[in-house]
Ligand binder design. Structure first.
Ligand code: FES
Length: 194
């Protein structure tokens, strides 16, 4: 994390301390937020966003719980959710975009049918993680934080899966794979794209 990231993180902490109360949100909710967002969301997704906001707005530092809830329920954070979140938290859209882009965990596009999470932390790096990452990006033809054009695989970087003893490691759809070699990775990726 560089100085810019630290400065931004401090700024975010201060911003969270100034979020509106649940009562303030209830008052704003009398004027439905659908008129603010919803351009690229189905009515169902729009409803899920509204509920994710309502379920988490009273929490301290509600921005991250709201974003997590939206991604858990929809699979990503649609662009049209940003104005709703900004309105609920009394933040600018740019501030909400800033939080989303700061944390690589959040996706702004629908994820593929399979989610591949490759560990890029130190123990895995020491055991050939960089070679593994290159094989994965070459074989899939995409960089990290992207989805293959056929919609089969979304590739994400993670930083320690708690599986260091089996480095290098990755998760495919939540299932751990460790002590990976080139042949195993090739077979796993081929299966995911089949
Ligand atoms: S560093 Fe990769 S699992 Fe811990």
């Amino acid at each position: 994390m560089n100085a810019g990231h630290i400065e931004y993180a401090l700024y975010r902490i201060l911003a969270y301390c100034n979020q509106p109360s649940a009562n303030e949100f209830t008052a704003t909710a009398r004027h439905p937020a659908q008129t603010i967002g919803g351009r690229n969301m189905s009515p169902h997704q729009s409803d899920l966003v509204d509920r994710a906001i309502a379920d988490n707005i009273a929490l301290d530092g509600a921005a991250l719980p709201i974003l997590h809830a939206i991604q858990d329920r929809i699979g990503h954070v649609p662009a049209a959710a940003v104005p709703k979140i900004a309105h609920a938290l009394n933040l600018s859209r740019a501030e909400v975009h800033g939080v989303i882009s700061f944390y690589h965990h959040f996706r702004t596009e629908p994820r593929g049918r399979h989610l591949l999470q490759v560990c890029r932390a130190e123990a895995c790096q020491a055991m050939g993680g960089e070679r593994l990452a290159k094989q994965v990006t070459d074989q899939l033809g995409i960089e990290f934080h992207h989805t293959t054009p056929d919609g089969a695989v979304t590739l994400e970087a993670v930083y320690c899966l708690g599986n260091c003893a089996c480095a290098p490691a990755m998760l495919l759809d939540g299932e751990p794979h460790g002590r990976l070699d080139a042949a195993t990775v090739e077979a796993l990726l081929a299966e995911a794209r089949a």
